[in-house]
Design a protein around this ligand. Structure first.
Ligand code: NAI
Length: 703
């Protein structure tokens, strides 16, 4: 290897060293070497220094976990973002050097990181590195040349697919596509230095993507790509802008294309949708952090997992762990249920394979990780047991008592209960410190959210283990303390209450669902209830009836529907009716008659209800309960509540979640509306004390 000179700090985050005739510029801006102000100034200084006649070539390399994760999202909208030079000015400087510049990539080159690599003359990557332009996922498009250079490099069709979907590929695949010149197993810096001395002839004109003509549009159907963008998708606007920009790469010179891309980027970056998506992006990352646990707390090792109950949830949970590569014992009490569960798992995996998202081999590998069993004793080898039996405290306590007797010391004992008291369950065993709630959402193999329910006695390392494990299986964990319904389902109760009240006051299930879908929710409350089944809530209401305060308003609509056997999709009738085997909700005059009758019997006068009132009553019910949850310390932070609703309940990500939405409306305005509802509808609208305090103190955010 060539001689090393002294390492010079060109800025707080960029180092420069000369190895023989090669300048090595090292980006060192943890956590992802984001292209913040100090990286830009340092990189610029490095390129200037490389004009030195003694320097023949340059290698740009990343320190730490990866090459470069792109723009520094933390700096968006701050003065640091405006510090010169801009990203594109630095990129111009790199291209103007006219000496070979090699990007030596390990870990990842994402977004602006890949765009940086695209203005280099050569790209060398470590095989496993993650490569892509994922900007659309945060409501943006690649804004530093990605939409113009990638099509010129690898062809328009492939580039469009990567950019529109924001999906990443491995470096090995990137090399097949032509993004990488070389893929190596070892250190990419060593490989880059070797490449420069062996493969790049003295004085060779270094190839630049910008010297290529516009990309060919042959065989690429841009209009078909536009039609594929579903209006309900969280980043539809960004996808459409990205498609336009890629199309421009086929019709415009590089300079014109870059200008068009820039204009589209600037328009998107300040849009409310992109700001909300950035909020969700950071909220998801922050949710896994626990403020009051020592960061040095080590997780317990998890090698084998047992799931108890092979019903709706147990099968999905077993798949979620198998997808993360964990061996799972799936334990049932009766043969039929177990066989049904195993069949469901196979059917689900095969359906995924049919869509091209898994190979036949992957299907078999994952199924092989799930060992069905009728013997609870199998759980004795597990490091984590997830109980997903019937939602009945007595049944759960019986299972936990047996687990307590047979599980190995230190095994985590988790319950997937949706609302039962995790502390009561913990008190029923001899090791309450090992008990935790792991509340998966249906379908558990698909939904990203995992509520991690920390009981009074739960040990810190059990919390840490659960959060780390969730991330290993690609879930977004949110910590909740114990209360009825935890964060998500507790907020759902007042939301559903308002939807029911609005029915009696003058609307229909179809109207409310469609107004809330227009607001952006994936599903309206009534179609969602029909999907989940009305019988579960009915059983709970009957159980709780004796303790219900009699002076509070109560809607009987759901009870009357259940009394006539309408349990939702499973009985082809609920708030809607369903054609043979169809999941498509059809408005049903019978239900409207039930609503009118209940309203008349309870003396509720029906009136015109505006769309705005439907949105305010339902969404602010979520917000007010969310503020109570935050004030009581059930949730760690407002953004955690946003994550729960975006990732678990279909709240539109482009609105940032209910708490972010409330902040945008203005907390004072939210409180004013809630007080108005309280005056009309009574104490169920009592404002959250935290909300009152924040407004009194003149605060504009929940933090
Ligand atoms: P399910 O009724 O589909 O499945 C429960 C399964 O547990 C049945 O197959 C039953 O045979 C089995 N089982 C019962 N006692 C057992 C025992 N002692 N040993 C082994 N297996 C036993 O119920 P589902 O919907 O899967 O719910 C399970 C748990 O997950 C409940 O606590 C529920 O509240 C919770 N949950 C349900 C969600 C849903 O959307 N269905 C969402 C999130 C949580």
């Amino acid at each position: 290897m060539s001689e090393t000179t002294q390492i010079v700090n060109l800025s707080p985050t960029v180092q420069y060293e000369v190895r023989g005739e090669v300048a090595v510029i090292r980006l060192a801006n943890p956590p992802v070497n984001g292209l913040g102000d100090t990286i830009r100034t340092g990189l610029s200084a490095g390129i200037s220094a490389a004009h030195d006649d003694a320097i023949r070539a340059v290698v740009i390399v990343g320190d730490g976990k990866g090459f470069c994760g792109g723009a520094d999202l933390r700096q968006f909208g701050t003065p640091a973002a405006a510090v010169k030079p801009s990203v594109s000015e630095v990129f111009d400087q790199i291209q103007a050097l006219r000496k070979p510049v090699v990007a030596a990539i390990h870990g990842f080159a994402l977004g602006g990181g890949l765009e940086l690599a695209l203005v280099c003359n050569y790209r060398i990557a470590q095989t496993g590195a993650t490569i892509g332009l994922p900007e659309v996922n945060v409501g943006l498009l690649p804004g530093a040349g990605g939409t113009q250079r990638l099509p010129r490099l690898i062809g328009t069709g492939q580039a469009l697919e990567m950019i529109q979907n924001g999906a990443t590929v491995t470096a090995a695949r990137a090399a097949e596509l032509g993004i990488m010149d070389h893929c190596v197993a070892g250190d990419p810096l060593d490989a880059a230095l070797a490449f420069l001395s062996n493969s790049v002839p003295e004085g060779a004109g270094a190839p630049l993507i910008d010297d290529r003509p516009p990309a060919s549009s042959e065989g690429v159907d841009f209009d078909a790509a536009r039609r594929r963008v579903r209006p309900s998708t969280r980043n539809g606007v960004a996808q459409l802008a990205a498609i336009d920009a890629v199309e421009a790469a086929t019709t415009h010179s590089i300079g014109e294309g870059l200008a068009l891309e820039r204009t589209a980027f600037v328009r998107l970056v300040d849009s409310p949708e992109a700001k909300a998506l950035r909020h969700v992006f950071f909220a998801e990352k922050q949710a896994a952090k626990v403020a009051d646990i020592d960061r040095a707390t080590a997780p317990r090792p998890i090698n084998r997992i047992a799931v108890i109950g092979a019903g709706t949830m147990g099968t999905g949970i077993a798949m979620a762990f198998a997808n993360g590569g964990f061996p799972v014992d799936l334990i049932e009490q009766n043969t039929d249920a177990l066989d049904r569960g195993v069949r469901t798992i196979r059917r689900n995996y095969e359906a995924t394979a049919a869509k091209g998202r898994l190979t036949a081999q992957q299907v078999e590998q994952r199924i092989a990780l799930i060992a069905p069993s009728l013997d609870l004793g199998t759980a004795s080898t597990a490091d984590l047991v997830v109980e997903a039996v019937f939602e009945d405290m007595a049944v759960k306590k019986e299972v936990f008592a047996k687990l307590d007797a047979l599980c190995k010391p230190g095994a985590l004992l988790a319950s997937n209960t949706s609302r039962l008291d995790v502390d009561e369950l913990a008190r029923s065993v001899s090791r309450p410190q090992d008990v935790i709630g792991l509340h998966f959402f249906s379908p558990a193999n698909v939904m990203k959210l995992l509520e991690v329910v920390r009981g009074d006695a739960t040990a810190d390392d059990v919390v840490v283990t659960s959060l780390a494990l969730a991330q290993k299986i690609a879930k977004v964990p949110v910590l909740s303390k114990v209360c009825d319904g935890f964060i998500g389902n507790r907020m759902l109760s007042p939301y559903r209450r308002e939807a029911d009240f609005l029915l009696e006051e003058g609307t229909t299930p179809d109207r409310i669902d469609s107004v809330l879908r227009d607001f952006g929710l994936a599903m309206g409350p009534f179609a969602m209830s029909d999907l989940a089944g009305l019988d579960i809530g009915w059983a709970a209401r009957k159980r709780l009836a004796p303790t219900r305060p009699k002076h509070l308003r109560y809607s009987r609509v759901a009870d009357v529907l259940c009394e006539s056997g309408r349990f939702g999709q499973k009985t082809a009738a609920g708030y809607f009716r369903y054609g043979d085997g169809s999941r498509n909700p059809v408005p049903d005059p019978v239900v409207e008659e039930v609503i009118r009758r209940c309203a008349a019997e309870d003396g509720i006068e029906r009136r015109e209800i505006s769309d705005a009132e439907i949105v305010d009553r339902c969404i602010l019910a979520l917000v007010n309960e969310g503020a109570k949850i935050l004030g009581e310390g059930i949730a760690q932070r407002a953004s955690d509540i946003d994550v729960v609703y975006v990732d678990g309940y279909g709240f539109p990500a482009y609105r940032g979640g209910p708490m972010y939405y409330a902040q945008n409306l203005g907390l004072a305005e939210v409180l004013r509306k809630i007080r108005e509802f309280e005056a009309t509808h009574g104490e169920c609208w009592t404002p959250a004390p935290l909300l009152e305090k924040l407004v009194r103190d003149g605060e504009t955010t929940f933090q």
